[in-house]
Design a protein around this ligand. Structure first.
Ligand SMILES: Cc1ncc(COP(=O)(O)O)c(C=O)c1O
Length: 352
């Protein structure tokens, strides 16, 4: 047998389709519909080709400094990786391997995959009937992983509840991982907890709010102790996760705070307009703090609605799991695209 038992056993994460047909309105993987800040292209162009001979800065120092400044933390509290997926993978290895981890079910479907890869005993706690997180249920005496806002529901857990989870984990000598991939679209984040809790690790991404999904940049913020554990894992896997162009692009993107604020505002407005239109028509939608909407498209199964949308040139995500199969996850596009999408959703979804 050529393959290891591990390679044979793993059930990989299934990413959303990346279609060849560029004419589709692509709302299936929560990318940002706007281009990156103009400063990103300038920063990439300013990297001399000759510099690419040399390995990049393994710690992405100027980028970590910029992230630290924008978030009001010290640079030794920041770690950068090749997309937040990689940062999450390192976190699973650094803080959860060999332990029992609790996470909500439903949540980001990469967590069970990393758990399997890194030998984590992964326990799920069902969301409540209204899709809110069962905070008490997650308190089982060990580490906890929480996507907040959650995916694919889009719902945000209040800071007071996140704090309770942080306290519980700390009392048990464990880490609370808060995956804030979508935090830029939410009214609050857990960042203030970091001055108080050395066991809280926040992960973020440049893929959603900073228009750089194609660059693969993510980061973690947490206590220097947690950051050095992440570095030990990184340096046992790949010391240079971010190339020079990605570092330059991400630094320019995070420093252009005005551009991010404006594009986040446009996305949130389009999101709320679509939410209001669907709700007014009796189509259930969860209250979203992200750049996507979770829409109950059909009382039995939303797959045919997904197909009708596709036939109309709109790509959205459907999950087959029993609890999710009536719903579609619709990434928020430009205002113009969302007018078309809202019209089609109103035509194809069943109201209750
Ligand atoms: C909750 C959540 N976390 C992390 C990621 C990974 O983002 P990336 O690897 O692009 O940084 C995603 C991507 O969809 C996500 O939905």
């Amino acid at each position: 047998m050529y393959e290891s038992d591990l390679a044979l056993r793993l059930v990989p994460y299934v990413a959303g389709e990346q279609p060849k047909n560029v004419k589709l309105i692509k709302l299936n993987t929560n990318e940002n519909p706007y281009p990156p800040s103009p400063r990103v292209a300038e920063a990439i162009a300013a990297v001399p080709a000759d510099a690419l001979r040399l390995y990049p800065d393994m710690d992405a120092t100027p980028l970590c400094d910029a992230i630290a400044r924008v978030n009001g933390v010290s640079p030794d509290m920041v770690f950068c990786g090749n997309g937040s997926d990689e940062v999450l993978a390192f976190a699973f290895a650094a803080f959860f391997a060999g332990k029992t981890l609790c996470a909500p079910d439903v949540t980001y479907s990469f967590y069970p995959v990393y758990a399997d890869l890194f030998g984590v005993d992964y326990r799920t706690v069902p969301l409540k009937a209204d899709f809110t997180v069962d905070v008490e249920g997650l308190m089982q005496g060990g580490p906890i992983a929480l996507a907040n806002p959650n995916a694919p529901t889009g719902m945000l857990l209040e800071n007071g509840e996140v704090r309770r989870l942080a306290e519980h984990a700390r009392a048990n000598g464990a880490v609370l991982l808060v995956d804030e991939a979508y935090a830029a679209f939410a009214p609050h984040t857990a960042i203030d907890l970091l001055s108080e809790f050395d066991n809280v690790l926040i992960t973020r991404t440049f893929s959603k709010s900073h228009q750089l999904a194609g660059m693969r940049v993510g980061y973690a913020i947490g206590s220097p102790r947690l950051i050095s554990a992440l570095k030990r894992i990184r340096d046992s896997f790949n010391s240079y996760p971010l190339d020079r162009l990605a570092q330059a692009a991400a630094e320019a993107a995070i420093l252009d705070t005005a551009y991010t604020a404006e594009t986040v505002r446009l996305v949130c407005e389009a999101r709320d307009d679509c939410y209001n239109a669907l709700m007014a028509a009796g189509i259930p939608v969860l209250k979203s703090a992200t750049n996507f909407l979770f829409v109950k498209a059909d009382p039995v199964d939303a797959a045919p609605v997904q197909q009708k949308l596709r036939d109309a040139g709109i790509l959205v995500r459907h999950f087959k799991a029993e609890r999710l199969k009536c719903w579609l996850r619709v990434t928020v596009g430009t205002k113009a695209d969302m007018q078309v999408v809202t019209e089609k959703l109103l035509a194809f979804c069943k109201s209750v």
